[in-house]
Design a protein around this ligand. Structure first.
Ligand code: GLN
Length: 212
């Protein structure tokens, strides 16, 4: 069975875990470095979810727990561990953050984000599907909670826009990395998680062993 690590440092990881279980996956809560990688450098999960919450808090905890470098190494070439980042998780994956560019993060997804840029506390909208192979034709319902806006795609040859809202990308994919600015775990709609499962299957390898 595929095992997905869900970062349990802060934010709404519980809802992601229920959603992944509904998609038929095993879930492993990641609260410490040793939950993610063993003493021989073996990565213990087939994919990783970074949930929504507060990106500065999650980033600082990742750094304090000495997990930032190991997650980045697993996600980048040559290991390409699949990762799903939602809302704060999307910020933590972004290569560039407007006005907060020194914030600790994984930072390997070629987008620029602006934090809290949709404004209000909670908004719920429908967003347009750009890639019907990913989501079918039905619009996605998005719950935005002080969500970031993806303000720029830094490498258009690598980053695919899968859905957008008010002319801004709202779900993007760059190879093994999937990010969305909303909370797909809060609606009953499992399509973003299902897309992630497809990516996990596509990038599945017998083992990933970091040189550490
Ligand atoms: N505003 C939060 C941040 O900047 C993200 C909000 C969320 O994840 N719902 O980190």
């Amino acid at each position: 069975k595929l095992t997905i690590g869900v970062l349990e440092l802060q934010g709404d990881f519980f809802e992601h875990e229920r959603m992944l279980e509904k998609c038929g996956l095993a879930v492993k809560g990641i609260r410490q470095r040793r939950h993610f990688v063993d003493e021989h450098g073996l990565i213990l999960v087939d994919g990783l979810v970074i949930p929504g919450g507060e990106s500065t808090t999650i980033g600082k905890l990742l750094r304090e727990l000495d997990m930032l470098d190991v997650i980045r190494a697993a996600v980048e070439a040559p290991f390409y561990l699949p990762v799903l980042g939602t809302c704060a998780g999307c910020i933590l994956l972004a290569r560039r953050i407007k006005n907060y560019d020194d914030q600790p993060r994984v930072g390997c997804l070629d987008i620029e984000v602006e934090r809290n840029a949709y404004g209000p506390q909670i908004e719920s909208f429908e967003c347009h599907v750009q890639n019907e192979r990913a989501f079918g034709t039905e619009p996605l319902r998005a719950v935005l909670i002080r969500a970031p806006v993806i303000t720029e795609i830094l490498d258009t040859s690598r980053v695919q826009v899968l859905a957008s809202f008010r002319n801004s990308p709202i779900v993007v994919q760059e190879g093994n990395m999937l990010a969305c600015t909303f909370h797909p775990e809060l609606t009953g709609d499992a399509r973003v998680h299902q897309r992630f499962v497809e990516i996990v299957k596509q990038y599945l390898v017998p083992e990933r062993r970091l040189l550490c």
